[in-house]
Design a protein around this ligand. Structure first.
Ligand SMILES: [Zn+2]
Length: 443
């Protein structure tokens, strides 16, 4: 007789299960079983109830989905939230953000700011995020301790930054961190050349060589504004994307963040090279950077994910809200109301993010053998009734506060809206303390 399967650690019984893969499916009356941090069972409720499980949890009124993936951000910048608003990108960066970073950013800032970002994201149903900020080793320690999943992109710029005096020093530290975390179950390390206008050809060439050698992802701001593209044409006679293609950086390893400017040649390069694009609609709106043509990219076969960008330019890390903005904006930009429907928008915020980060086999959808990175959204509120399509209700009629439970790799990090591993009061106090110090100096 075959040996009976060991008991599940946890069996969840939500009203709706949205696996994201296969696309567009909503399962009613189904359960999902978790064993050793992985999804071990998906099936009808009657079958689920016949299984042995250490814990069984009914989730009436809840939609269970893969955890959201915030594919671009600068976590510790939560501490600069609201410091300099309503300014164009270059003025904002050069006159406000870079001076504030030079004055304030140290290891303690990154630790406190990253923990704040982790807490905010978990409370909004996010289970995985990509981070690109100074002192990446500190950020990786925060991620490790929190139980969350993340890609840590090591920032690389031609000029001195907090934590690295030169480009080469930053690259060296990045290679070291990559090696240290190579086998970490929840953290990947990427190279993060900041943008085409802050990294020279020679240094981009170094990034290409190292990324190929390590098989490391490359995360980069690209075509954020029309100004950036024009400046590149004026200075070196080519568009930034064409420049990266010449250097050999395009490919599935590259995560091209923003892409508000996409010519026909750019589109062809993205498609041919299988480069992923990360759409940050609210940051683009707030800095008046332009509009990423998401529907056009999607229809051409480009993998498009979504990110909040840093809290200094958004100003929240609300990926569910970002997803709604993306769905609405895609219709306005393409002139078609059928662009980026609710189900595709949710896919962009989950599986497309996982694919962008090279984590498609691990997370991003509810499939057997994948990590149990899950969020239970409570759709029982008055404002969500009646429910014809729960995914439409989630994307178009729900706020992030409806994220009620969150699990990462099977471990519950948010339980009835309470963080299980982070001290919310302490985070609140530390953020206020930083705010007083930074605000006092800034006036
Ligand atoms: Zn950014």
């Amino acid at each position: 007789m075959p040996k009976p399967a060991p008991p599940l650690d946890l069996l969840l019984l939500p009203s709706w299960l949205v696996p994201v893969e296969p696309a567009g499916v909503v399962l009613k009356g189904h359960g999902i079983g978790i064993r050793d941090g992985l999804i071990a069972f998906i099936g009808p409720r009657e079958d689920a109830l016949r299984l042995q499980a250490t814990e069984v949890r009914e989730l009436p009124g809840c939609l269970l989905a893969p955890g959201l993936i915030n594919t671009h951000g600068h976590a510790a910048m939560t501490l600069f939230r609201g410091l300099a608003d309503d300014l164009p990108l270059m003025t904002w960066l050069q006159e406000h953000i870079w001076p504030a970073e030079a004055r304030w950013v140290d290891e303690a800032f990154v630790r406190d700011g990253t923990n704040l970002a982790i807490a905010e994201q978990l409370k909004g149903g996010i289970t995985c995020f990509s981070d690109m900020y100074f002192f990446p080793k500190i950020a990786s320690e925060c991620v490790h301790d929190s139980g969350m999943r993340a890609q840590i992109a090591v920032p690389l710029l031609d000029f001195p930054i907090p934590g690295a005096r030169t480009f080469d020093e930053g690259l060296h530290l990045g290679v070291e961190l990559f090696g240290d975390l190579r086998h970490h179950p929840r953290i990947t390390v990427a190279l993060g050349p900041h943008a085409p206008y802050t990294v020279s050809d020679a240094n981009l060439e170094k990034v290409r060589v190292i990324a190929e050698e390590l098989d490391a992802p490359v995360h980069m701001h690209l075509h954020e504004t029309a100004f950036e593209v024009q400046q590149s044409i004026d200075q070196c006679g080519e568009r930034p994307l064409a420049r990266l293609a010449r250097i050999g950086l395009l490919g599935p390893r590259l995560q091209a963040v923003h892409m508000t400017q996409v010519s026909d040649d750019d589109l062809a390069l993205l498609v041919e090279s299988n480069t992923s694009v990360v759409h940050c609609p609210e940051s683009n709106l707030k800095l008046a950077s332009g509009f990423c043509p998401v529907e056009r990219l999607w229809q051409a076969g480009v993998n498009v994910a979504i990110g909040t960008d840093g809290a200094a330019s958004n100003n929240d890390l609300d990926l569910l809200g970002e997803t709604r903005t993306a769905a609405l904006l895609a219709k306005a930009v393409s002139g078609s109301a059928s662009a980026l429907d609710a189900h595709r928008a949710l896919r962009m915020a989950t599986l497309n993010g996982a694919r962008t980060l090279g984590l498609e086999a691990v997370t991003g959808s509810l499939e057997l053998g994948k990590a149990a990175d899950l969020v239970a959204f409570d759709l029982s509120g008055l404002a969500q009734q009646p429910i014809y399509d729960p995914v439409s209700q989630l994307v178009y009629a729900s706020g992030r506060d409806c994220a009620r439970h969150v699990w990462v790799a099977g471990r519950q990090l948010l339980d009835e809206r309470r963080l299980t591993r982070l001290d919310e009061q302490a985070l609140h106090a530390s953020a206020c303390d930083w705010g007083q110090r930074i605000g006092g100096q800034h006036e």
